[in-house]
Design a protein around this ligand. Sequence first.
Ligand code: NAD
Length: 386
Amino acid sequence: MSTRIIRFGVIGCGLMGKEFASAAARWLHLERVEFEPRIVAVCDANMEATNWFKKQVPSVERTYTDYRDLLADPEVEAVYCAVPHNLHAQIYSDIIAAGKHLLGEKPFGVDMEANTRISAALAAHPEVIVRCSSEFPFFPGAQSLIKLVEEGKFGRIIEVEAGFWHSSDLDPTKPINWKRRIATNGEYGCMGDLGMHVLHLPMRFGWKPNSVRALLSKIVSERPDGKGGMAPCETWDNAILACDVATADGGFPMVLSTKRIAPGHANSWFVRIQGTELSAEFSTKNPKQIAILPYSPGKQQAWHVADVPYKSAYGTITGGIFEFGFSDSILQMWAAFCDELVNGRDGMQQPFYCATPEEAQGSHRVFTAALASERTGQTIALDWRD
Ligand SMILES: NC(=O)c1ccc[n+]([C@@H]2O[C@H](COP(=O)([O-])OP(=O)(O)OC[C@H]3O[C@@H](n4cnc5c(N)ncnc54)[C@H](O)[C@@H]3O)[C@@H](O)[C@H]2O)c1
């Protein structure tokens, strides 16, 4: 089996740029994949950020400070872009226009207008594969839950709850960064930062809200600016969205939450589905566990909590008895992206593909409606026909 090497450029050498480099460096962890990413060029507006790559990633041949130079590099055929949200529209559109495949970080534009620009660029270049980063559905527990939904095991759905919660912002001494400023993170605040992770599965399952009522909160009003003073925090810390999903058998309520200040939670991504025949829950808080409650009329209602084996979408060298973690989910997401790039959707080794631009656009519709709901105090209707 010959391995197809995909030559990548990375734009944005911060936290997430490094996560990709780490995933690419341990590609040997995957079994039976006939494709492999190779990072040949990196770009960061801050030259110092590229030093880590020069030191740690031997395949990197060229570094740039202007992303347009990286896009002009004929060696680069695909790009991972992980830059602040206000830069997504321009940089993603330019990547697509340059004919490079793209895995772009969420939220795929700082607001709806920016997201529409990216969609327009893609419409002009349908030949490139463009996907949005969202790794949590690759946890084996989440994969089990996805299978249950696809097999229609829940009966009539009673209610869905999905969320992504953090807590480090509970500390008022944590210095401000770009995610607390509207100019760089956008008006969506925590929804733009965390919400695509929450909406990936509802969008994939076709659970598009007909209406949204949002409760948004700002909890910490200012933070140290790193220069001895204080700076205002402009963005929403927490968001709770009460959504009404219509389905053929009557619909159900869906509560979506994105919280930067959820005491005790560090990167807790969860989905809870209650149905008349089955209920199920998965949370990265207990990454090995899945809880299910099968039900038939008149019978006992008992939760079964089981350890999920390390059985990932793409096979790995890790034995089934071991634990799966965040960096494993990143590796699996990258395998899915490279698989789709090389083999096309229908030729993928396994069926779960990365979040699509349409799914990201769906999340923008929900966040935009949520902002309108917060402004007006009203429930906002959403129309998904176009
Ligand atoms: N998938 C996930 O789990 C996850 C987690 C965290 C962040 N993210 C997303 O990743 C993206 C980046 O976030 P991060 O936490 O890595 O941020 P970061 O601040 O750690 O890194 C961003 C990098 O972009 C660089 N940059 C800024 N302007 C640039 C430009 N014009 N050209 C090239 N580089 C430029 C910065 O210098 C910085 O090094 C965001 O979209 C964020 O939402 C995703």
